[in-house]
Design a protein around this ligand. Structure first.
Ligand code: PAF
Length: 278
């Protein structure tokens, strides 16, 4: 596994690997877990070269405290990537990605106005800025993103469409702990007690699936919100049932898997997101 810290190092290395090799790219912010590793395995399977970036992107944090507390664990990340036979790791510093303060502004219309967009101002512009810059550096044929950040995935597809980027976006299913909790870098910040109750979030979403068609979407939304509010030490940001393409809240059930229920909820001071397809 080659570790590159600068753009020029990375480009030089990739150029030694032949002309236009198929590159599968997994952008991450580190603190890697099995969810990330499943993306890397898929990137490896489907391409000639797998590239993973580790960069905690400051401009996608709307809250300074969240940026400070974001877990960083490069000493554990590298051996994990070795173990899944990742070919190249790109670990740039801030100066490499943002030699001057970034000024890009992207417009994703209503896709960025709902859910995360309402609670994390500027977040998606920060994500789009770094992902576009990383794509320009790595030049992947395919990039892999987890479905846990469903709205991010939708926004990145839109970025690729709007900017005519020559990269295929592959969505990968949420990887869960055996008790159902969606894997997330933030889970390590949960206290023992909060970790014990965190799987209730997914259980409530899963149970809600059985009520699709029995309750109208609005009634189901109210039911889920009520259940979520009963989990101790939580503060709900939102639970929305939206069309998985437009992210517009739905009034009526549609063809299977077109609707998705998305949640963002604080458990003590840790913000967790999850979703389930209806
Ligand atoms: O999903 C993430 O970890 C980040 O938002 C990403 C896509 C690596 C951009 O910083």
């Amino acid at each position: 596994m080659i570790v590159c810290k600068t753009k020029s190092d990375l480009r030089r290395h990739l150029e030694t690997l032949g002309t236009n090799p198929f590159i599968g790219f997994v952008p991450t912010m580190g603190a890697l877990h099995k969810g990330h590793l499943s993306l890397v395995r898929q990137a490896k399977r489907e391409n000639e070269i797998s590239v993973v970036s580790i960069f905690v992107n400051p401009i996608q944090f709307d809250n300074a405290d969240d940026l400070v507390k974001y877990p960083r664990n490069i000493d554990d990340d590298l051996p994990l990537l070795e173990r899944v036979h990742c070919d190249v790791v790109f670990i740039p510093n801030e100066q490499e990605i943002y030699p001057t303060p970034p000024t890009e502004t992207y417009d994703f219309g209503e896709l960025e106005e709902v859910m995360e967009g309402q609670y994390r101002k500027g977040h998606f512009n920060g994500v789009a800025t770094v992902v576009k810059r990383l794509f320009d550096i790595v030049k992947p044929s395919t990039a892999y993103f987890g479905e846990k950040d469903f709205q991010q995935l939708t926004i990145i597809r839109k970025l690729v469409e709007n900017e005519h980027l020559p990269v295929e976006i592959v969505a990968c299913p949420i990887v869960r702990e055996s008790d159902g909790l969606a894997m997330s870098s933030r889970n390590v910040r949960l206290s023992v007690e909060d970790r014990r109750i965190a799987p209730q979030i997914h259980k409530i979403l899963r149970d809600a699936r059985d009520l699709v068609g029995i309750f109208e979407p609005d009634k189901l939304k109210g039911f889920v919100i009520d259940q979520l509010k009963h989990i101790p030490r939580t503060k709900l940001d939102y639970f929305e049932i939206v069309d998985s393409k437009t992210l517009r809240p739905i009034q009526q059930w549609q063809a299977s898997s077109r609707s998705i229920g998305c949640v963002a909820i604080y458990l003590s001071d840790v913000r967790l997101i999850d979703n389930v397809k209806f």
